[in-house]
Design a protein around this ligand. Structure first.
Ligand SMILES: [Fe+2]
Length: 321
């Protein structure tokens, strides 16, 4: 269920709840005494929608909901107690209670949301700082990781991945090569081709990254993507030779996004490929390296959307190189 549908369902639920409470309250007479007791208990249920709206939508939602509740309640007070000013004053006190029940939690929930957002931003900035530090070690100012995160996000959207999982997949994409911190400089920065033993050393970065990332509580799922980011659908990848759906979906999405970015980016030994050339290459590896469902989903994304991301996160020349 996406965020928009979730909000719509909550609004419908609130409207139904207010309607049911009002109906029961209006339909229960204030006399005889026995019914009056039920009437008063039902009246207390009006506190529920303002508190629920505060929790779901914050202060603004609480104000709107409490306004609707107040309108219905004032009408009831006028209908049930015509000319009885003492009872109407009593009802007015109840009305003030609804506003307190809506406004205070509404303000508190808004405050809590903004604190959580600040915390999420701080986590994000810390991770970006770590990724920049790794890039600097490789003497690179490339924004490869950020572009790949964005491309992966587009695939995740189209596959209906929920927001929480999408965020974790994004962290996995961002941190995929964090394990390179364990690769010695003479291998990581070697200008020429690597020997086979050097490749063996380089291939350890998936597991090294997994060991680093899994220790961080909110990155547990991201760690699985880091571990599996060099696997291939037919089992020819590393480090575990996982196959098909044994590879986490996040990693299967990342693999396509990663290769697309590698092919369309400038490299010292070749010019960047066009969208058409890169997607033809990806299509040729669908079913062997890549999950065909993910490839088809990726190919359905408008090229302009991908190009806009590439423009937003451009590679720059490193002045210190
Ligand atoms: Fe890697």
């Amino acid at each position: 269920m996406n965020k928009k549908n979730g909000s719509r369902n909550k609004i419908i639920l609130l409207a139904c709840l207010i309607g049911i409470i009002a109906l029961l309250h209006y339909a229960t007479p204030t006399e005889p005494h026995y019914y009056h007791k039920i009437h008063i208990v039902l009246r207390k249920l009006y506190f529920l929608p303002p508190v629920m709206a505060a929790a779901w939508f914050g202060l603004r939602g609480a104000i709107l909901t409490t306004s609707a509740v107040s309108l219905l309640f004032i009408m009831h007070a006028l209908l049930d107690w015509p000319g009885n000013y003492m009872e109407q004053a009593n009802q007015l006190g109840e009305l003030a209670g609804f506003w307190v029940a809506g406004l205070i939690p509404g303000w508190l929930f808004d405050r809590q949301r903004s604190i959580l957002q600040e915390l999420a931003n701080a986590n994000e900035e810390t991770l970006l700082g770590l990724v920049s530090a790794l890039d600097l070690r490789e003497h690179s100012t490339r924004l490869h990781s950020q572009r790949v995160r964005e491309y992966t996000g587009l695939i995740a959207d189209r596959l209906g991945v929920d927001e929480k999982a999408k965020r974790e997949i994004g962290f996995g994409a961002l941190l995929h090569d964090v394990g390179k911190i364990a690769v010695p400089d003479q291998i990581l920065l070697k200008p020429g081709k690597l020997t086979e033993p050097e490749w063996d050393e380089m291939r350890k970065h998936s597991e090294a990254g997994y060991r680093i990332v899994k220790k961080i509580g909110f990155l547990k799922d991201a760690a699985e993507i880091v571990y599996a980011h060099h696997e291939q659908l037919d089992g020819s990848g590393y480090p575990r030779g996982l196959r098909g759906e044994g590879i986490p979906l996040g990693a299967r999405m990342f693999m396509v996004a990663d290769v697309y970015d590698a092919l369309t980016s400038e490299r010292p030994y070749r010019s960047p490929m066009s969208y058409e050339e890169a997607t033809a290459e990806i299509k040729s590896l669908s079913g062997s390296h890549f999950d065909p469902v993910v490839v088809d989903t990726f190919l359905a994304i408008a090229p302009e959307q991908l190009q806009e991301i590439a423009r937003r996160y451009p590679d720059q020349d490193n002045p210190n190189r």
